[in-house]
Design a protein around this ligand. Structure first.
Ligand code: TRP
Length: 344
């Protein structure tokens, strides 16, 4: 072994990301993921999937799962991901993900997975009762990414550790099988933090679909009344908005609402403060509510429209899966040869 850097990967730049079909999407998913997908699809080849394989690492009702997949696909479309530009597909329709995941299960080390904090968070005190799939979840995620040799993976900060694991798996594969530039090695490739949207009830907790309080989040399917009411009820403090970002730091709820306003309006937090400094939340919240209704109302409306005609979504997903397979299959075929499979 030498400590020379391995030769660089020279393939094309590609975006890959996915969302699990396990609950209603909310403003945090919209600003943190969907809007980014819609933007990045114009910058490079883009693959966006619905992670139904990952979903079943925890129990999902088989009668509901297909519709949950359609809902995520509808949210992609309503957020501006264009099936003529990006490839949108269900993960389970591309078996190459699963096949590559098996190889990666044999590359990743137990010690690496033992360090994954998301598993610990999800499993809680009773890890012996969780599925083996939940434990190897990040290995499948690495396969999702590397079967397309993706170089850009827009995800939230909570996925950073999984991206680092992906890099470690790629590096070990390239090294052990002596194919130094086969898989791209990128640093954790999360594309900027994006807007980190916090709970409307607690500025120190992420907005989350698992929060028992529906008032803590704005769902993409909320109607205008629900959006406005949740913003009206959002936790705040009695102080007016300050002039500088520094003064906002110790006020997580205020900071969150300013951040949401800025992200929805495509401006910086400082811009928003400059406009509203000195005003209290009695004045700011109605403006935020109007903006949120104007931006999210059409997204929810579009989602409902797509879902009322599932045949269109299903056709988009089928075409996406066919194209995704065309790209994934050659990678998998090469991997089988490299590993020395009988069927390689
Ligand atoms: N684990 C991701 C999440 O919960 C979803 C996901 C699965 C994913 N595979 C992926 C995201 C591959 C990016 C790339 O958000």
């Amino acid at each position: 072994m030498t400590d020379q850097a391995p030769p660089a990967f020279t393939g094309p730049k590609r975006v890959l990301s996915g969302v699990q079909p396990t609950g209603d999407l909310h403003l945090g998913n919209y600003l943190g993921a969907l809007v980014k997908f819609a933007r990045m699809q114009h910058e490079m080849e883009t693959f966006i999937f619905v992670a139904d394989l990952h979903a079943i690492t925890q129990w999902q009702d088989p009668k509901l799962l297909k519709n949950q997949v359609r809902e995520i696909a509808a949210a992609y479309l309503a957020s501006g991901v264009d099936p003529k530009v990006a490839t949108i597909f269900p993960q389970s329709a591309v078996p190459e993900h699963t096949e590559l995941a098996w190889v990666f299960n044999c590359v990743a080390r137990l010690g690496w997975l033992d360090r994954m904090t998301q598993f610990k968070d999800k499993a809680g005190k009773h890890k012996e009762r969780e599925s083996v799939g939940l434990y190897t979840y990040p290995v499948l995620q690495a396969a999702d990414i590397l079967v397309y040799k993706a170089t850009h993976v827009p995800v939230g900060d909570d996925q950073r550790q999984h991206l680092e694991l992906t890099r470690d798996i790629a590096a070990k594969f390239n090294h052990d099988f002596e194919v130094p530039a086969f898989f791209p090695l990128r640093d954790a490739v999360s594309e900027g933090p994006g807007a980190r949207v916090m709970s409307l009830r607690d500025g120190s907790a992420k907005m989350s679909k698992s929060d028992p309080s529906d008032n803590s989040r704005i769902n993409l399917t909320d109607d205008a009344d629900a959006i406005a009411q949740k913003i009206r009820k959002a936790k705040t403090d009695p102080e007016p908005l300050p002039e500088t970002l520094d003064e906002l730091k110790a006020r997580p709820e205020a900071q969150n609402l300013v951040g949401i306003y800025a992200a929805l309006d495509g401006r910086t937090d400082q811009d928003v403060l400059s406009e509203f400094a000195g005003q209290g939340f009695g004045a700011f919240k109605p403006k935020l509510a109007d903006l949120a209704v104007a931006k999210l109302g059409p997204v929810g409306g579009d989602m409902r429209r797509y879902l009322s005609d599932p045949a269109e979504i299903d056709a988009i997903l089928a075409a996406g899966a066919a194209h995704a397979r065309e790209v994934a299959a050659p990678t998998l075929a090469e991997v089988k040869k490299i590993v020395g499979y009988w069927a390689g």
